[in-house]
Design a protein around this ligand. Structure first.
Ligand SMILES: [Fe+2]
Ligand SMILES: [Fe+2]
Length: 280
């Protein structure tokens, strides 16, 4: 595990970065617009939990610090891409993001530390599955014409999600361990995030159809349904396995090309030498 200082240049990035699959791009763009609100919430939660760890949990405390640095790099890069997205002409996007921001502020102020940690753990359980889906399962990513900084952003981000996959789970084990409440956290986090991601993706695609950026609305609806069906068909069986007793994310296999993706991210977009390193 280590911190990589990545700064991606989005000046030539396209909103519809998967030219043959604009609905696939907009689903991930909607997810990108969530992250500058979600990931600071994860960091706040992990920082508070880290401070509550017993003195002997040195290794987990060190991993928490790397987690926070990695997430900070993620949402800063996504915020840069999101400016490109907003400039593409989606007037309702800001109101959607403000609602999301208010949700996370309310969780932080009104809910317990264990509630926030279970939300974070729910997302962190889903993230390595999405990492494998993006790098292995999504047929859109096998199209050789896909070449955009936004693809580099997602590949790097999702591989680091795999890299720090154990942090929230082990914090939950150390501080608030409860099998059933962990599953409940996975449910409420998934419901909250998916409602935003799918609703916002549908909104972005509607605007693209209105503006003529996506022709043939019926073909577009079928493609979006196909993206959603394949995403859920891939993730749901893996989420069920993650819900089984005895699950520990440390045992998950890495996505295809994991090391190469991380090395390429540093080579192409790294801006400083590594600051913090520790064992994987
Ligand atoms: Fe992240
Ligand atoms: Fe993460």
């Amino acid at each position: 595990m280590k911190v990589r200082k990545i700064r991606i240049d989005f000046s030539n990035a396209k909103v519809l970065w998967a030219p043959d699959a604009p609905e696939f791009a907009q689903f991930w763009n909607a997810t990108s617009s969530l992250l500058p609100y979600l990931e600071p919430f994860l960091n706040r939660t992990v920082r508070a939990c880290m401070e509550a760890l017993p003195a002997e949990s040195e290794e987990l405390r060190r991993d928490c610090k790397i987690f926070i640095a990695q997430e900070s790099n993620h949402y800063r890069n996504h915020a840069c891409f999101n400016e490109v997205l907003r400039a593409g002409g989606y007037p309702e996007l800001e109101a959607r993001e403000l609602k999301l921001k208010a949700d996370y502020e309310a969780y932080w102020k009104q809910k317990s530390q264990s509630y926030c940690l279970r939300y974070a753990e729910g997302f962190e359980t889903t993230a390595p599955i999405l990492s494998c889906f993006f790098l292995e399962g999504a047929r859109e990513m096998r199209n050789p014409s896909i070449d955009d900084p936004t693809v580099d952003l997602w590949r790097w981000h999702l591989c680091e999600e795999y890299e720090h996959r154990h942090v929230c789970f082990h914090l939950h084990e150390a501080l608030h361990k409860s099998y059933w409440l962990r599953l409940w956290g996975l449910c409420y986090a998934s419901k909250h995030m998916l409602t935003y991601m799918i609703g916002t993706a549908r909104y972005l695609i509607r605007e693209d159809r209105k503006a003529g950026r996506i022709p043939d609305p019926w073909r577009s609806r079928l493609r979006f349904a196909s993206v959603m069906l394949r995403t859920f068909a891939y993730t749901i069986p893996r989420l069920i396995r993650a819900a089984a007793p005895g699950y520990d994310p440390v045992n998950l296999s890495p996505p295809a090309g994991y090391r190469a993706v991380l090395d390429d991210a540093e080579r192409l977009w790294g801006v400083e030498p590594d600051a913090v390193t520790t064992k994987a």
